[in-house]
Design a protein around this ligand. Structure first.
Ligand code: ZN
Length: 215
Protein backbone atom coordinates (compact mmCIF):
# COMPACT_ATOMS: atom_id res chain seq x y z
CA UNK A 1 0.00 0.00 0.00
CA UNK A 2 1.13 3.55 -0.69
CA UNK A 3 2.67 5.12 2.42
CA UNK A 4 3.67 1.79 3.91
CA UNK A 5 7.02 1.83 5.69
CA UNK A 6 9.71 -0.76 5.32
CA UNK A 7 13.48 -1.16 5.39
CA UNK A 8 15.76 -2.04 2.50
CA UNK A 9 19.33 -1.63 1.32
CA UNK A 10 19.72 1.62 -0.63
CA UNK A 11 22.37 1.34 -3.35
CA UNK A 12 22.79 5.09 -3.32
CA UNK A 13 23.19 5.52 0.46
CA UNK A 14 25.00 2.16 0.68
CA UNK A 15 23.17 1.39 3.87
CA UNK A 16 20.05 -0.19 5.26
CA UNK A 17 17.52 2.61 5.23
CA UNK A 18 13.88 3.30 6.04
CA UNK A 19 11.70 3.24 2.93
CA UNK A 20 8.23 4.39 2.01
CA UNK A 21 5.99 2.86 -0.67
CA UNK A 22 5.16 5.55 -3.21
CA UNK A 23 3.75 5.64 -6.73
CA UNK A 24 6.46 6.63 -9.20
CA UNK A 25 7.21 6.53 -12.89
CA UNK A 26 9.58 3.61 -13.30
CA UNK A 27 12.11 3.70 -16.17
CA UNK A 28 12.88 0.36 -17.77
CA UNK A 29 16.58 0.55 -18.47
CA UNK A 30 16.66 -1.99 -21.29
CA UNK A 31 14.02 -0.26 -23.44
CA UNK A 32 13.89 3.30 -22.15
CA UNK A 33 10.15 2.90 -21.67
CA UNK A 34 8.84 4.85 -18.68
CA UNK A 35 6.08 3.05 -16.84
CA UNK A 36 3.84 5.45 -14.93
CA UNK A 37 2.06 4.68 -11.69
CA UNK A 38 4.25 1.89 -10.34
CA UNK A 39 4.23 1.31 -6.58
CA UNK A 40 7.87 1.26 -5.44
CA UNK A 41 9.85 1.47 -2.20
CA UNK A 42 11.65 4.82 -2.03
CA UNK A 43 14.61 5.59 0.23
CA UNK A 44 13.55 8.04 2.96
CA UNK A 45 16.99 9.64 2.91
CA UNK A 46 17.87 10.14 -0.78
CA UNK A 47 14.52 9.58 -2.54
CA UNK A 48 15.91 6.89 -4.88
CA UNK A 49 13.82 3.86 -5.77
CA UNK A 50 15.34 1.01 -3.76
CA UNK A 51 12.91 -1.84 -4.32
CA UNK A 52 9.96 -2.92 -6.41
CA UNK A 53 7.38 -4.81 -4.35
CA UNK A 54 6.06 -8.08 -5.72
CA UNK A 55 2.66 -6.57 -6.51
CA UNK A 56 4.26 -4.23 -9.08
CA UNK A 57 6.22 -6.86 -10.98
CA UNK A 58 3.33 -7.93 -13.20
CA UNK A 59 2.77 -4.37 -14.33
CA UNK A 60 6.45 -3.99 -15.19
CA UNK A 61 6.52 -7.31 -17.02
CA UNK A 62 3.52 -6.24 -19.11
CA UNK A 63 5.29 -3.00 -19.98
CA UNK A 64 8.42 -4.95 -21.00
CA UNK A 65 6.54 -7.11 -23.45
CA UNK A 66 4.29 -4.33 -24.70
CA UNK A 67 4.74 -4.30 -28.42
CA UNK A 68 6.53 -1.40 -29.94
CA UNK A 69 4.89 0.00 -33.07
CA UNK A 70 6.81 1.20 -36.10
CA UNK A 71 5.59 3.07 -39.16
CA UNK A 72 5.87 2.18 -42.77
CA UNK A 73 5.23 4.80 -45.42
CA UNK A 74 5.10 4.56 -49.16
CA UNK A 75 3.96 6.49 -52.19
CA UNK A 76 1.55 4.60 -54.39
CA UNK A 77 -0.40 5.26 -57.60
CA UNK A 78 -3.84 6.77 -57.05
CA UNK A 79 -5.63 3.77 -58.52
CA UNK A 80 -4.10 1.61 -55.76
CA UNK A 81 -5.41 4.01 -53.14
CA UNK A 82 -8.79 3.46 -54.84
CA UNK A 83 -8.37 -0.28 -54.31
CA UNK A 84 -8.36 0.33 -50.54
CA UNK A 85 -11.61 2.29 -50.78
CA UNK A 86 -13.27 -0.32 -52.99
CA UNK A 87 -12.31 -3.17 -50.67
CA UNK A 88 -13.46 -1.27 -47.59
CA UNK A 89 -16.76 -0.74 -49.40
CA UNK A 90 -16.90 -4.44 -50.18
CA UNK A 91 -16.88 -5.12 -46.42
CA UNK A 92 -19.10 -2.14 -45.52
CA UNK A 93 -16.23 -0.87 -43.40
CA UNK A 94 -15.28 2.78 -42.84
CA UNK A 95 -12.14 3.18 -44.93
CA UNK A 96 -10.09 5.09 -42.38
CA UNK A 97 -10.55 2.27 -39.89
CA UNK A 98 -10.30 -0.52 -42.42
CA UNK A 99 -7.13 0.67 -44.15
CA UNK A 100 -4.64 -0.22 -41.38
CA UNK A 101 -6.33 -3.58 -40.80
CA UNK A 102 -6.16 -4.40 -44.51
CA UNK A 103 -2.49 -3.48 -44.76
CA UNK A 104 -1.53 -5.34 -41.59
CA UNK A 105 -3.49 -8.37 -42.76
CA UNK A 106 -1.51 -8.46 -45.98
CA UNK A 107 1.81 -7.81 -44.24
CA UNK A 108 1.04 -10.89 -42.16
CA UNK A 109 0.32 -12.90 -45.30
CA UNK A 110 3.70 -11.83 -46.68
CA UNK A 111 5.44 -12.65 -43.39
CA UNK A 112 3.91 -16.11 -43.27
CA UNK A 113 4.27 -17.27 -46.85
CA UNK A 114 7.26 -17.22 -49.18
CA UNK A 115 4.93 -18.18 -52.01
CA UNK A 116 2.68 -15.21 -51.34
CA UNK A 117 5.70 -12.89 -51.09
CA UNK A 118 6.81 -14.09 -54.52
CA UNK A 119 3.37 -13.29 -55.92
CA UNK A 120 3.53 -9.82 -54.36
CA UNK A 121 6.91 -9.28 -55.99
CA UNK A 122 5.55 -10.27 -59.42
CA UNK A 123 2.54 -7.97 -59.00
CA UNK A 124 4.77 -5.09 -57.90
CA UNK A 125 6.60 -5.41 -61.21
CA UNK A 126 3.44 -5.56 -63.28
CA UNK A 127 2.29 -2.72 -65.43
CA UNK A 128 -0.57 -1.88 -63.05
CA UNK A 129 1.94 -0.98 -60.34
CA UNK A 130 3.88 1.46 -62.47
CA UNK A 131 1.64 4.55 -62.66
CA UNK A 132 2.93 7.80 -61.13
CA UNK A 133 2.80 7.61 -57.34
CA UNK A 134 0.59 10.50 -56.28
CA UNK A 135 -0.99 8.94 -53.21
CA UNK A 136 0.61 7.98 -49.94
CA UNK A 137 -0.05 5.19 -47.49
CA UNK A 138 1.29 5.21 -44.01
CA UNK A 139 0.75 2.58 -41.40
CA UNK A 140 1.69 1.95 -37.80
CA UNK A 141 2.31 -1.68 -37.19
CA UNK A 142 3.89 -3.89 -34.53
CA UNK A 143 7.66 -3.95 -34.98
CA UNK A 144 7.75 -7.74 -34.96
CA UNK A 145 5.22 -8.00 -37.79
CA UNK A 146 6.95 -5.39 -39.89
CA UNK A 147 10.38 -6.95 -39.52
CA UNK A 148 9.20 -10.47 -40.38
CA UNK A 149 7.25 -9.15 -43.39
CA UNK A 150 10.29 -7.18 -44.55
CA UNK A 151 12.52 -10.21 -44.16
CA UNK A 152 10.24 -12.39 -46.25
CA UNK A 153 9.77 -9.59 -48.80
CA UNK A 154 13.51 -9.13 -49.04
CA UNK A 155 14.00 -12.84 -49.72
CA UNK A 156 11.42 -12.56 -52.51
CA UNK A 157 13.40 -9.70 -54.06
CA UNK A 158 11.16 -6.83 -52.94
CA UNK A 159 13.50 -3.91 -52.36
CA UNK A 160 11.39 -1.04 -51.03
CA UNK A 161 8.33 -0.26 -48.93
CA UNK A 162 6.69 1.21 -52.03
CA UNK A 163 7.21 -2.02 -53.96
CA UNK A 164 5.81 -4.00 -51.03
CA UNK A 165 2.72 -1.80 -50.70
CA UNK A 166 1.99 -1.77 -54.43
CA UNK A 167 2.32 -5.52 -54.64
CA UNK A 168 0.15 -6.03 -51.56
CA UNK A 169 -2.61 -3.80 -52.89
CA UNK A 170 -2.62 -5.50 -56.28
CA UNK A 171 -2.83 -8.86 -54.52
CA UNK A 172 -5.75 -7.54 -52.46
CA UNK A 173 -7.44 -6.35 -55.65
CA UNK A 174 -7.11 -9.80 -57.24
CA UNK A 175 -8.12 -11.63 -54.07
CA UNK A 176 -11.14 -9.56 -53.13
CA UNK A 177 -12.30 -7.36 -56.00
CA UNK A 178 -11.63 -9.94 -58.73
CA UNK A 179 -12.83 -12.75 -56.45
CA UNK A 180 -9.63 -14.75 -56.88
CA UNK A 181 -9.14 -15.90 -53.28
CA UNK A 182 -12.43 -16.48 -51.45
CA UNK A 183 -10.71 -18.18 -48.52
CA UNK A 184 -8.34 -15.25 -47.92
CA UNK A 185 -11.23 -12.83 -48.45
CA UNK A 186 -13.21 -14.52 -45.69
CA UNK A 187 -10.27 -14.24 -43.33
CA UNK A 188 -9.84 -10.60 -44.29
CA UNK A 189 -13.54 -10.09 -43.54
CA UNK A 190 -12.93 -11.42 -40.04
CA UNK A 191 -10.03 -9.03 -39.64
CA UNK A 192 -12.21 -6.16 -40.88
CA UNK A 193 -14.77 -7.03 -38.27
CA UNK A 194 -12.07 -6.96 -35.61
CA UNK A 195 -11.07 -3.51 -36.85
CA UNK A 196 -14.57 -2.20 -36.31
CA UNK A 197 -16.58 -2.97 -39.42
CA UNK A 198 -20.11 -3.42 -38.17
CA UNK A 199 -21.28 -6.04 -40.56
CA UNK A 200 -18.85 -7.44 -43.11
CA UNK A 201 -20.76 -8.12 -46.26
CA UNK A 202 -18.90 -10.41 -48.61
CA UNK A 203 -20.01 -9.70 -52.15
CA UNK A 204 -22.32 -12.12 -53.87
CA UNK A 205 -19.52 -13.55 -55.99
CA UNK A 206 -17.69 -14.37 -52.75
CA UNK A 207 -20.52 -16.54 -51.49
CA UNK A 208 -19.41 -18.56 -48.49
CA UNK A 209 -18.30 -22.05 -49.37
CA UNK A 210 -17.63 -23.17 -45.81
CA UNK A 211 -19.21 -26.50 -45.08
CA UNK A 212 -22.21 -26.42 -42.79
CA UNK A 213 -20.83 -27.51 -39.45
CA UNK A 214 -23.16 -25.83 -37.06
CA UNK A 215 -20.80 -23.01 -36.08
ZN1 ZN B 1 19.15 6.31 -0.16
Amino acid sequence: MEGQKSRAVCGNCKDVVNTTFLTRTYPLEESGIEVPGVLVAVCDICDEIVAVPHQSTTRLRDARVRRKDLSIEARIPTHLEDVIHLIADEFSAPVQEFRPGLLRFYLREVAESAEFATRVKALAQSELAQAPARARVSLRTPAALLSSAREQAHRAGIATAAELMRGILLAAKEDVLDGGEPERTLRLGGAAQAEGAERPRPAVRLRRTRKASGD
